[in-house]
Design a protein around this ligand. Structure first.
Ligand code: OAD
Length: 231
């Protein structure tokens, strides 16, 4: 079975009503990164950080997977499918995907501030100041903040460097190390970028570009891969 690796960003969830970060009106316009998404922000004002992610969690809970999330799942009938996402939402999983690697964490989970391996699934939408792990430490969102390392990066590189087909969907490729994945495809792999405003690094070859939204471009490409027997 050929291996398809899909690398997604905020754009795949845009048509589910979840705001992207860097488009005009994106989240980082309203909330400065350094106030809500860094270890320094957490030290300075944990209540503000928790409020920011509580809002994100509520929006994710009210969103539904879209045609792009579902179309990817169809690939599983003929390919070995792996999804690497920068998204903290669970829309890939809710569309039925199982092999999902979250590079930047998961909004539905919290973790201990003293033991990063102690991760818990949240039952509601809120983490409040005073909510503690069984070790007695304040719970924090299970999110990779700016300035923190990306523990799943090595696993992601391994997946991309063994892909037969690589699909990149809805990402500005502005945040490293995640964005560096585009450099790791094998020489003979086929690769596509689907994004209405595609921003591939200059000089990077081997990619076909579909300048479309995820809900247009992903079902179209999936249909092409399935009907043209690329497998
Ligand atoms: P960005 O907000 O940087 O980029 C969103 C991308 O989605 C842009 O390239 C848009 O053109 C594209 N887009 C917008 N609408 C779309 C649609 N309907 N269909 C397809 N694409 C669409 O988001 P990311 O690249 O995901 O990290 O951002 C990467 C990381 O930066 C995030 O994981 C987050 C953020 O800061 C952390 O919080 C650590």
């Amino acid at each position: 079975m050929k291996r398809v690796v899909v690398f997604t960003g905020a754009g795949i969830s845009a048509e589910s009503g979840i705001r992207t970060f860097r488009d005009s009106g994106g989240l980082w316009d309203e909330y400065p990164i350094e106030e809500v998404a860094t270890p320094q922000a957490w030290s300075k004002n944990p209540a503000l950080v928790l409020q920011f992610y509580n809002l994100r969690r509520e929006q994710v809970a009210n969103a539904r997977p879209n045609a792009a999330h579902y179309a990817l799942e169809e690939l599983r009938s003929v390919f070995e499918l792996h999804i690497i996402t920068q998204n903290i939402d669970d829309l890939h999983e809710r569309a039925g995907s199982t092999n999902v690697l979250h590079l930047h964490g998961e909004i539905r989970k919290a973790r201990s501030t003293v033991n990063p391996d102690h991760v818990v699934e949240l039952s509601g939408n809120l983490i409040n100041v005073g909510d503690t792990c069984p070790l007695g430490s304040q719970l924090r969102p299970h999110i990779v903040w700016f300035g923190e390392s990306v523990p799943a990066m090595d696993q992601a590189i391994d997946l991309v460097s063994t892909a037969d087909l690589f699909l990149v969907v809805g990402t500005s490729l502005a945040v490293y190390p995640a964005a560096s994945l585009v450099y790791h495809i094998p020489e003979n792999a086929k690769a596509w970028l689907i994004d209405p405003n595609p921003q591939l690094p200059a000089g990077l070859s081997g990619y076909s570009i579909l300048a479309k939204t995820a809900c247009e471009g992903v079902p179209e490409l999936v249909n092409h891969l399935l009907t043209d027997h690329v497998f």
